[in-house]
Structure formats: structure tokens, C-alpha cells
Design a protein around this ligand. Structure first.
Ligand code: TRP
Length: 334
């Protein structure tokens, strides 16, 4: 039997996961876990690059993000979960990779650029070595497992691009070692925030979390922005500019044509439309909440999954690093 191809993807443990994460990456992880040998990284080292003053926050969110993945439908008998900081080989590979990328190239990475400008408060005039270099560490996250496919949201594309450049360069200099990984985008490129902003994000405080209660979802949906030209029910609406409609596209697929038609004809009020959406979102979240409760009530067993996953990952890491040292001709015979 030929070995299954590998997936590596994961999350920074800085807060709970929201529906943007779900449609950006989780949905693909869940779908492909049967077909690929799937590894999920809980990227605590990466989270520290902009939370180095709050390591306790990162540590507390390791468990949260792990539970979010399980609750969403990752099957622990299919997917292998691990904590980044417990795999020292990733740090080792990051050092080797850091010779294969220039500072100028890192400064051009569009995601890093945006993040630096958003994090003035943390970095002030000059960004840290660690933050600027996190794409190198992310390349090592992907490469140490010799992963083939990386399901991610659109904002992560520059990271996969840099990973390909680094691994290609490594292969050229030291000989064929790593497969070139491909990114896989979710069905919606980017999910809007409740406030209509282009991106749903924790820092913008405009997200619906997988952990939100039924009541919270109802309340949040009521605050979502709609078509500003539709002030009353009888005004004809424009679904293509409406944030609520963009959510219907994800949660109300069975009734979508009807929703659009009624909105356009002025036969559908925004309040009813939102109630309808909240109901469908909650229907979607019910099984996720139930699974979370199940894993939470068996905490010892749940932690065991993470422990065993980290053990298995360590073994795989050592295999790759042996190959790396051999190909780099630094496998001293001592
Ligand atoms: N950068 C990703 C995020 O912010 C998390 C992450 C860390 C990741 N290492 C990874 C994603 C490797 C894919 C592959 O969500």
C-alpha cells in the first residue's frame, strides 16, 4: 500500500475559533481527514511572536483551540494533534531555513506587512526578529512533516508561497528532501465580519464563535449590517451587498434563491431575515456544541489524545530531521 499523502495545518492559540476559521480551513480538514494523513498543529510558538508578554493567555488557549477542532468534527482516530513547542525539531529546522530567506523577502510578505501595521502597539518603530521571521518558522511547521497539502484561509497564501520558495531552495542546495506543499482554500475566500468589514476577526470584535451560545448567536446576528438602502421591509434590497445574505450563502443554502428573490422584491424584512439566519446558524452549531460538551466532560481522555498525537509527531519529526542532517552533510558520526 502506498502511504497516504499528508495534510498539515492548524491554528494559533490566541482565542476560540470562529465561523471564519470553519469555512476557511476547518471544513476542508474535516472533509479530507479520511483521505490524507492529517496533522493539526497548535501553534503556540507562533502565537508567542505577538503575545510574548502574555504566555499564560497562549497556554490557556491551547486547550480551547484543540477542543474547537474536535467539536467541529476532526476525528482523533484520523487526525494527529500536537503542540508546536513540544517539537524542538521545528525550531531546529527553522534555524536551517533562516539561511535560505532574505530579510527583504520577509519584509515583502503581504500578511506580515499588514499584521505589523495592525500591531503598532506591540512593535512600535521596529518589529522583532521573531515576528518578522515567523513565516520561516511556519515553513518549518509544514516541512518537518513533509506535508503535501495545507488547507488554509486566504490570508495564509503568502505563507505557503514562502514555504515553497524555502523548500525549493533547500532541495536545490542540499538535494531533494521536501515535497512542495500546495495550499487549499475553503469554499468562501473570506467571511465578512458582523460589522460588514472584509474580515471576520477576534481583534475586530466582529466574529461568531463556534462556542457562542444560542442566545449569543441570536443577539449578534441582530447587530449584523444589511443593505443600507433597505430601510423598511417593502424597500427592494440588494443581497449582493448585504452581510446577512453573505451568511445565508453559507448557512441557508436550501432556501437561498427564495431569500434573494423576496429581498429584491421587498417582500422580506431584515429583522425576519436575521431571525431566519440565526435559526440556521444555531442548527449548524448545535452538533458542534454537543461534541464540545462531550470532550470537555472527559477531559483526561481528551488530553490523552493530545499527548499521544504529540508523541507520534515527535517520532515523525526525528525521521525528517535525520534526513535533513544527512542531506546537509552535518550528520557527524559521534
Ligand atoms: N498562521 C496560521 C494562523 O494564523 C497558523 C499556523 C501556524 C499554520 N503554522 C501553520 C497554518 C502551518 C498552516 C500551516 O492561523
Amino acid at each position: 500500500m502506498t502511504e497516504k499523502k499528508r495534510i498539515l495545518t492548524g491554528d494559533r492559540p490566541t482565542g476560540n475559533l470562529h465561523i471564519g476559521h470553519y469555512f476557511g480551513s476547518l471544513e476542508n480538514r474535516i472533509k479530507l481527514q479520511h483521505e490524507y494523513d492529517t496533522f493539526i498543529i497548535i501553534a503556540d510558538v507562533q502565537a508567542l511572536t505577538d503575545n510574548f508578554e502574555h504566555p499564560e493567555k497562549v497556554a490557556a488557549n491551547v486547550y480551547e483551540v484543540f477542543l474547537d477542532n474536535l467539536a467541529a468534527g476532526l476525528d482523533p482516530t484520523k487526525a494527529t494533534f500536537f503542540i508546536q513547542s513540544l517539537i524542538p525539531q521545528i525550531a531546529e529546522l527553522t534555524i536551517f531555513f533562516s539561511n535560505l530567506v532574505t530579510v527583504a523577502r520577509l519584509q515583502r510578505n503581504p500578511t506580515v506587512k499588514t499584521e505589523i501595521s495592525e500591531k503598532q502597539e506591540i512593535f512600535g518603530e521596529s518589529v522583532t526578529f521573531g515576528f518578522l521571521g515567523y513565516p520561516v518558522s511556519q515553513a518549518a511547521d509544514i516541512a518537518f512533516l513533509r506535508a503535501n497539502l495545507v488547507p488554509v484561509g486566504e490570508d495564509q497564501l503568502p505563507m505557503i508561497e514562502q514555504t515553497r520558495e524555502i523548500t525549493e531552495r533547500f532541495n536545490r542546495i542540499y538535494g531533494e528532501t521536501f515535497p512542495l506543499p500546495e495550499a487549499l482554500l475553503g469554499k468562501t475566500k473570506r467571511i465578512k465580519g458582523l460589522d460588514g468589514k472584509a474580515k471576520m476577526s477576534k481583534s475586530l470584535n466582529n466574529a461568531i464563535y463556534l462556542t457562542d451560545t444560542e442566545e449569543t448567536v441570536q443577539k449578534k446576528v441582530m447587530t449584523a449590517v444589511t443593505d443600507p438602502q433597505k430601510a423598511r421591509k417593502t424597500d427592494p434590497g440588494h443581497p449582493e451587498v448585504c452581510t446577512v445574505y453573505s451568511y445565508h450563502e453559507l448557512f441557508s443554502t436550501h432556501e437561498l434563491p427564495l431569500i434573494a428573490e423576496e429581498c429584491r422584491k421587498g417582500e422580506r424584512g431584515c429583522v425576519d431575515c436575521k431571525k431566519n439566519l440565526a435559526k440556521n446558524m444555531n442548527d449548524f452549531l448545535i452538533p458542534i456544541r454537543e461534541k464540545r460538551a462531550h470532550y470537555e466532560s472527559n477531559k483526561a481522555q481528551t488530553m490523552q489524545i493530545l499527548k499521544e498525537g504529540t508523541e507520534r509527531t515527535k517520532q515523525e519529526a526525528e525521521k525528517t530531521l535525520n534526513l535533513v542532517r544527512q542531506n546537509m552533510k552535518i550528520n557527524y558520526d559521534l
